[in-house]
Write a protein that binds this ligand. Structure first.
Ligand code: IMP
Ligand code: MG
Length: 179
């Protein structure tokens, strides 16, 4: 284990197992709907989870990425900034939005609104983590990997100041490292 990690919250084995379960559930749900989603990952946090998840989605999906900012440092920006937009028009498409973690819910609300305004027929959300206790805005998340307590976590895509995304598990840093 990385010696900067205080504790492992979710092991690599559990993350992979849960990703496979979610992939199978998503496959079944969209088979029942008779369509395949256009999978949209939010950069950069969702990349590791998306890579694992899509191996278990047995449908003809296309994938795309979006990069948005809603924070500047720790200060909330008034409006969402789109740093990287989608490659194609999503008019009439069913979107499966992939997130790393839902905290207040604000990012998701704004991205969902943006995708609907771009003409998406439907937007469903799959998030690896959910910090239910931190929720400030009501937003539906159809597929959740794990509900976690209010702790700042890193690994499996999640960063602290852009580092630790490549850890294969989800953990909490030693307190002296958060500054
Ligand atoms: P929300 O808009 O408050 O729901 O914020 C969600 C975003 O904040 C996520 O997409 C992450 O980029 C970031 N975030 C929230 N909690 C954590 C964490 O524990 N570790 C790393 N990033 C986090
Ligand atoms: Mg994020």
């Amino acid at each position: 284990m990385d010696n900067r990690i205080d504790k492992v919250l979710i092991s690599q084995e559990d993350v992979m197992k849960r990703s496979a379960e979610l992939g199978r559930q998503i496959t079944k749900d969209y088979q029942d709907k008779g369509e395949a989603p256009y999978v949209v990952g939010l950069l950069k946090g969702s990349v590791a989870f998306l890579s694992e998840l899509i191996k278990h989605i047995d449908l003809d999906i296309a994938i795309d990425f979006m990069d948005v900012s809603s924070y500047e440092g720790t200060k909330r920006l008034e409006k969402l900034i789109v740093n990287k937009d989608l490659d194609v028009s999503i008019e009439g498409l069913s979107i499966l939005l992939v997130e790393d973690v839902v905290e207040t819910g604000r990012t998701l609300i704004e991205v969902k609104e943006l995708l609907i305004n771009k003409g998406a027929k439907e937007v469903r959300v799959v998030s690896l983590l959910d910090k239910v206790m931190k929720r400030k805005q009501d937003v539906s998340v159809e597929y959740i990997g794990f509900s976690i307590p209010d702790e700042f976590v890193v690994g499996f895509g999640l960063d602290y100041k852009e580092i630790y995304r490549n850890l294969p598990y989800i953990g909490v840093l030693k307190p002296e490292l958060y500054k």
